[in-house]
Design a binder for this molecule. Structure first.
Ligand SMILES: [Cu+2]
Length: 68
């Protein structure tokens, strides 16, 4: 199981949190997603076939690109 906590600057309200959590949850292999509206941090836990590259791409595609 891999896990990463990162910042998503475009998170601005509860709707963003729900969108990010829902979209990431639907990616096959993602086991847990927790986004925080105040800190704009997202924590994801995943295993194969999900990869960090796929997670990063999905977030970028829905306009919630992570920063490093
Ligand atoms: Cu929002």
């Amino acid at each position: 199981m891999d896990s990463k906590t990162f910042l998503v600057p475009n998170i601005s309200c509860g709707h963003c949190v729900r969108t990010v959590e829902t979209e990431l949850s639907e990616l096959k292999g993602v086991r847990a997603v927790k986004a925080n509206e105040k800190t704009k941090q997202v924590k994801v836990e995943w295993e194969g076939p999900a990869t960090w590259t796929a997670i990063e791409k999905l977030l970028t595609d829905i306009d919630y690109a992570p920063t490093r």
